[in-house]
Design a protein. Structure first.
Length: 145
């Protein structure tokens, strides 16, 4: 993690990142308790980590990044996202949206508001996504240099 990303992540934690990560952890715990919700819990735990330290990382589609379909990127992933949206996604997205609006009021909060808006979108449809380093090349691609 670059020093700039580290600084942004520390500021992020202060300006709403910690509380939203806790929200993701609560959502993951609720899903895990149901046993049936364990696949959603796994995704929520991964996104909680991303919500706590988002700078220097990004959320990408597994299908696009890996170049292959899997269980979570097909019809079962779509069904899983619909269930997630109904049970937990809408309130996590709402939390990110409210935090983004509050942060956008200040000039210094605008980059953090933008990050919360991106996380709100992820909160609505997380299955089939993965968190990678911001500069990570897809597997199998060659970096020149």
């Amino acid at each position: 993690m670059s020093p700039f990303s580290l600084l942004l992540n520390l500021l992020w934690i202060v300006f709403g990142g910690f509380w939203m990560a806790v929200g993701w952890l609560i959502g993951a715990a609720v899903m895990a308790v149901t046993i049936v919700g364990i696949p959603w819990a796994r995704a929520a735990f991964n996104i909680a980590s991303y919500t706590l330290l988002p700078f220097g990382r990004k959320a990408v589609s597994r299908r696009e990044f890996l170049g292959a379909d899997d269980f979570g990127t097909g019809p079962f992933g779509m069904l899983g996202n619909i269930v997630w949206l109904i049970l937990a996604g809408w309130w996590l997205a709402l939390g990110h949206l409210i935090t983004a609006i509050l942060l956008a009021v200040t000039l210094i909060g605008i980059p953090f508001a933008w990050a919360h808006l991106k996380l709100a979108g992820l909160a609505l449809w997380p299955i089939g996504m993965m968190i990678v380093d911001a500069d990570a090349p897809p597997p199998g691609s060659r970096q020149s240099g």
